[in-house]
Design a protein around this ligand. Sequence first.
Ligand SMILES: Cc1cc2nc3c(=O)[nH]c(=O)nc-3n(C[C@H](O)[C@H](O)[C@H](O)COP(=O)(O)OP(=O)(O)OC[C@H]3O[C@@H](n4cnc5c(N)ncnc54)[C@H](O)[C@@H]3O)c2cc1C
Length: 262
Amino acid sequence: METNPLIEAWAQTHKCQLQCLDAEQAGTLEPALAADLGPALLLPDVAQVRNPRLGRALRASLLQRGVGLREHTEATGLLSRHGAVQGIRTGTGEIHAPRVVVAAGAWSAQILQGTGLELAVTPVRGQMIQFQARPGLLRHIVQYRGHYVIPRNDGLILAGSTLEHSGFDKAVTAEAREELTRRSLELVPALFGFRVIRHWAGLRPGTRDGVPKIGEHPAIRGLYINSGHYRNGVVMAPASARLLVDRMLGRESITDISPYTL
Ligand SMILES: Cc1cc2nc3c(=O)[nH]c(=O)nc-3n(C[C@H](O)[C@H](O)[C@H](O)COP(=O)(O)OP(=O)(O)OC[C@H]3O[C@@H](n4cnc5c(N)ncnc54)[C@H](O)[C@@H]3O)c2cc1C
């Protein structure tokens, strides 16, 4: 089987193994998959994180380090004077700061409205479903023709996802549930009989090229942006945060920031 040059380059950059499997090997590795999927590429070093747990761990770690968090507090405007940021406005008062980072995902462009920067970040809705399967039914994340299934250790299997340009609407739809269920059963017939126990939607911060925007506002000193991570914001979070912090503190950068600057 021929590998995809993009996947090859990715595996090489990240020093990950890449193995080509024929259909029989793929079927032996994952017997729950449909029989007629053909050969497969295996990336045995790729792992997964459970994002809700990651979020909780991040929150706990920040609190442990004494970082002040204001949850459920909307930033309603930016404060700036003489071309420098002064802080933000919220529903419960102003917060003054010499440096502000806009990291509001799909909503980042709204926050920057009126600052003279048209940030090309728009919402792209993604719906997912979750099956209550059994542990070990599937052991690897499987991607096939734009659809993917992610097995968790406790038997849950996530399946997704849709790509929808429907504004800031986070509602779920019956059509998407049906389509995601159908495609999951086609890919993993062994899922038949297991219930879909969750269905949800999120808004990805979409950019035209999928490349995030990281750096300082061109006209307002101290105002920084870290947004537009589209389909990979969890994976890219550590590196993009580090990149921006290095820039803010004038430190040597872990990598060239220029592909991401505004
Ligand atoms: C279905 C689906 C599957 C995905 N799968 C993956 C995956 O497998 N791997 C991966 O790496 N990425 C994945 N992503 C993409 C990932 O979720 C995003 O890239 C990532 O969440 C972007 O992070 P962010 O912090 O920039 O934005 P968000 O996670 O959207 O966070 C922005 C936050 O800002 C808050 N906010 C907005 N406006 C304001 C305001 N005015 N005041 C205060 N707060 C505000 C929002 O409430 C939100 O909490 C997936 C996304 C979806 C929808």
